[in-house]
Design a protein around this ligand. Structure first.
Ligand SMILES: [Zn+2]
Length: 162
């Protein structure tokens, strides 16, 4: 199973085997690719604290599957943006980001985009079934957070386009 955040106990779960998969199967190697995955999951914790995740989980009961997928994409892209905000401050306050690190994160964001995964797994892409966003969208939102360093720029729910 892939990494996930559990709102009930407020913990992130990562089977470390996923990192092998990230490196070999998804072709997204690098320590910063791994950091991005953790930052994305912590992004869900922030959404939980801000009430975004509870509101989504409540609303989804009244949604069609298609609507649920669309809402899920917004939640996931916001977590990518929050991961970017983390990277912004990691750089600013601790200065530990090395050349190529951001590219590692962007490559990972791209490799685990729904379209990229679907293409690898089934050979075709079905946008209506996306739950995490396309490769381009995931890169875009990570970058948005990284460049701005502000949570307010991560409002995927109000964005005119994703
Ligand atoms: Zn997620």
């Amino acid at each position: 199973m892939g990494p996930f955040y559990c709102p009930a106990d407020e913990k992130v779960y990562i089977d470390l085997g996923f990192y092998d998969e990230l490196k070999t199967r998804f072709k997204a190697p690098g320590d910063f690719a791994q950091a991005y995955v953790i930052a994305h999951e912590i992004g869900h914790h922030i959404q939980n604290q801000l009430g975004i995740l509870p509101a989504f989980n409540q609303a989804r009961a009244r949604m069609s599957e298609r609507e649920q997928n669309r809402a899920s994409v917004k939640v996931e892209l916001q977590a990518d943006c929050f991961a970017g905000v983390w990277a912004h401050y990691a750089q600013k306050e601790r200065d530990f980001i090395e050349p190529g690190d951001i590219d590692e994160a962007l490559n990972a964001a791209s490799r685990i985009g729904d379209d990229s995964i679907q293409k690898t797994m089934t050979g075709r892409v079905v946008p209506d079934s996306f739950t995490h966003g396309s490769s381009a969208q995931r890169q875009r939102w990570f970058k948005t957070g990284f460049e701005s360093g502000r949570l307010g720029t991560c409002d995927t729910f109000k964005a005119p386009s994703l």
